[in-house]
Design a protein around this ligand. Sequence first.
Ligand code: 13P
Ligand code: SF4
Length: 336
Amino acid sequence: MREIPTIEEPVPVLELSSEEIEELTQEIRSLAAERNAVILAHNYQVPEIQNLADFVGDSLELSRRAAATDAELIAFCGVHFMAETASILAPEKTVLIPDLEAGCSLAESITAAELRNWKLRYPDAVVVMYVNTSAEVKAETDYCCTSANAEQIVEHIRVEHGADVQILFGPDMWLGSYVERVTGKPMILWPGECHVHAGIRPDDINRMRVERPGSEFLIHPECRCATQCMEYVAAGEIHDGGVHMLGTGGMLRYVSEHPDGDFIVATETGMLHPLRKAAPHAHLTAVNPKAVCKYMKMITLPKLRDALRDSKFEVKVPAEVADRARLPIERMVAIG
Ligand code: 13P
Ligand code: SF4
């Protein structure tokens, strides 16, 4: 039985003084220049990492940057499956992750053996897996997707394979049920979840509706509360246009276009940093301040400095797995 983390456990976050941040930032930037390295950071990283990165983005944007970079080395400030995706898309580059323990509870929720067994039960089904999966799982997958394009991928499969096609969707059941709802296409869902987003519950939304009436909700579709929110909208209890189901990149674009807005943000709390940078006058509140991903917070400035200085820790997907895992990722990148 796997041990599932919860958001009730306090997450240790390294506190650095502004002098330490300044000094480490300079050291890291000069090491990156010396090593011809590009620093990629996910939107949930701690502010000081985001502030020095060459590019900050959502998981889809980071995959695209990794594939397109001219740098010899990619220092990946995110979690392990993201660094693996970079290694799959840029096999000739060296990909480093500053802490090998930076995993993902959602990616842990399905193994390649479990997926193979699932496929045996539905031999004609098309398999769609969220990018939050290991390279071995991707190697068993027909199409990858992210929160930014899951709907488009499912629509594409419907057009390519016919309306009656069976789709196995995993591992995130909350994203899966959201996609079923918006596309109207029933799928067979794997019962996995991200402990951070599953920890954001309908009660958090209900509390905010009382405390902050009139605010707009920005909700990551991995959240357990996503279905409930859509029901509130359908019932007219939340005004039309008051709920936006968006991946992290979509949240940034929406807030940039509405810089004076008032938003409740339902995702990992690291997201507040890029949102505040993009729209300093917007009113932004985390729906649940405990929604902190302990894996994302394992990446720190000292570990990034050590990674660049000592060439550690390399993430290299073996060629036989990478070659099979590349196809579903490339299909995803081509579709949207
Ligand atoms: P995005 O794809 O929206 O960046 O979110 C991915 C995620 O949850 C990473 O943990
Ligand atoms: Fe994985 Fe959830 Fe952390 Fe994202 S927030 S890396 S899905 S555990």
